[in-house]
Design a protein around this ligand. Sequence first.
Ligand code: KIV
Ligand code: NA
Length: 264
Amino acid sequence: MMRIHHFKEMKSRGEKITMLTAYDYPTAKAFDEAGVDMLLVGDSLGDNMLGYDSTVPLTLDEMIPFARAVAKAAKNAFVVADLPFGTYEVSPEQAVESSIRMMKLSGAQAIKFEGGRRIARQVKAVTDAGIPFCGHLGFTPQSENALGGRRIQGRGDDGYDALLADALALQEAGAFAVVLEMVIAPVAEKVTAALDIPTIGIGAGPSTDGQVLVWLDALGVGDWHPSFSKQFAAVGAVMSEGAAGYIREVKAGSFPSPDHTFDE
Ligand code: KIV
Ligand code: NA
């Protein structure tokens, strides 16, 4: 079973860390059995699974049953749960209360929320409470409106300095890892080299210590195909084919056949 010290060890020996999102029991079980190191119950749950327009409307109470299902399924993978928008920004106390609620009710092993220096006090309070914390920098979807859209981060003269200052603030506050989202590769590489804790990239190039993808993007469900993701399978097409086959056979009267029928 994966623990936080394993991730630091993997960084030092140059072994890549793998993380995928998961939101339910069977999916988490499949990824755990495939050997993924970390499962993320992301607040991407809102837009990917619940049909919301963004991650912003999702609440902590909505996330908990999904996180619990993932935590139940994970036998080896380390389970990280996001805190949704509005549940940690106000104060360190709010962040600790939300983190404790998520940990107690879901069984997740760590908490993740977005931001750097602006939420460093929250991170310190959470790690002081004995809760492993994973940071999230670069493009942070919960503040998409403030960032002016889905924009690539780390560009410009102060791109590296600002990101590094945020990453160091998280490390200093006790984070065990940090996700870098949509960051130009040379900047992600330099931040990775400057940190003791592992970086986990999404759209941040090949030099981060690990990679994370939203599983629906990675396995081909849905029709949004971000350029930084890759489709490792066509699960959506397989599901449609399976459903079409079922419909066809029921309509034709060939399912259920005698094999699928209790005669007496
Ligand atoms: O919510 C999520 O899926 C995430 C990943 C994109 C890192 O935060
Ligand atoms: Na997220």
